[in-house]
Design a protein around this ligand. Structure first.
Ligand code: NDP
Length: 326
């Protein structure tokens, strides 16, 4: 028997609690993992509280991120005792996830824990840090360099935004952070932002072409913010879009794309091929230092997960939440 967060449905409402499970209940897969740490992302909060239809089949063990030790493997890629990470691939939505002491998974979804990052740190980074790294890599691959000019990061106090600022700063970029929490300016400056702007300056409908300012943008919020960011990106600049914290809509014109050659790059972390994941985690291990990760995260236990999920959705949590599972 082992413990896990378990979501069932009662009268079409999700109910989550910590229960005892056994190995026979685990879904199919070729690798059995003893989960050491998981984390709470916004998506996990939605799954646990049932506030959005993230979970596609019930019952479900949530947890889109996990790190742990291989207990049993039918895959040539992994052996007993190896440490592995999983981010996304529908785990915690369609396949039982990381918020339980054991997980049975497909080896195609797993990558080895990179050298230089320990198990707990990998979950402090989690999908948020990995998505930030994918966004930074997209800027680099499109030719944006530290000499190109200022990079705007929106949703700056969030998990993706905070990691994006830190990573860009480590690479020598000049970062401007957009936030609704100006009171957190010192935190953002400590991460490496050289200028902070109020998100209200970007969140309302704006002109299709605005004064050129950004060499690159990492946008976590979508909607008018993304449209205004594109409209104020310099000729040939690059905008990455990973999030929808302001909204799923994109009320923009084609003007920045056809008149300034601005490039808009979509960032998906969930179904990303393994080679991109390995590259992103390798770069994370090179760029981040232990204090970066430790200062951005708090640790909780499995028993605290359900309460914390509600606080997360109420915007009462700053930084990342690491869940010590085993
Ligand atoms: P968080 O909840 O940690 O942060 C989101 C941030 O967005 C908040 O901290 C806030 O920043 C800002 N924000 C919140 N509400 C609004 C609003 N109404 N208008 C403008 N800004 C707002 O989320 P994450 O950082 O983990 O994720 C960011 C986004 O990226 C989310 O939408 C998430 O779903 C998405 N995501 C997508 C992935 C992908 O694969 N494409 C992977 C991971 C996340 P501040 O207080 O500084 O204003």
């Amino acid at each position: 028997m082992f413990k896990g967060v378990f979501i069932t449905q009662k009268d079409k409402k999700s109910v989550a609690s910590v229960v005892e499970l056994n190995d026979d209940q685990l879904p199919e897969g070729d690798v059995l993992v003893e989960v050491h740490y998981s984390t709470l992302n916004y998506k996990d909060g939605l799954a646990i509280t049932g506030k959005s239809p993230v979970v596609r089949s019930f019952p479900m063990v949530p947890g889109i991120d996990l790190v742990g030790k291989v207990l049993q493997s039918d895959s040539e890629r992994f052996s007993e005792g190896d440490f592995v990470i999983l981010n996304g691939f529908g785990v915690g939505e369609m396949h039982w996830g990381g918020l339980a002491e054991k997980a049975r998974l497909k080896s195609d979804w797993l990558i080895p824990l990179p050298k230089g990052i320990d198990a707990k740190q990998s979950m402090a980074i989690g999908t948020a840090g990995y998505t930030a790294m994918l966004s930074v890599l997209a800027l680099e691959k499109q030719g944006v360099t530290p000499g190109s000019g200022e990079i705007l990061v929106t949703g700056a106090n969030g998990g993706v935004g905070s990691f994006a600022i830190r990573l860009l700063n480590r690479l020598g970029y000049q970062v401007v952070a957009s936030t609704g929490r100006m009171a957190e300016s010192d935190y953002l400056k400590n991460l490496g932002a050289s200028d902070i702007i109020d998100r209200n300056t970007l969140s309302e409908p704006g002109k299709p072409l605005q004064k050129e300012r950004w060499a690159g943008v990492i946008d976590c919020v979508g909607s008018h913010t993304l449209a205004n960011a594109c409209a104020s990106t310099k000729y040939g600049g690059v905008v990455t879009a990973c999030g929808l914290a302001q909204g799923m809509d994109f009320p923009a014109s084609v003007a920045p794309f056809i008149l300034r050659g601005v490039k808009l790059i979509g960032i998906d972390s969930v179904m990303r091929p393994l080679t991109d994941r390995i590259e992103a985690w390798q770069r994370l291990s090179e760029l981040l230092q232990a204090e970066d990760v430790d200062s951005m995260s708090d640790e909780i236990g499995l028993e605290d997960v359900v309460d914390t999920a509600y606080k997360l959705l109420d915007g009462k949590i700053r930084g990342r939440v690491v869940v010590k599972v085993k």
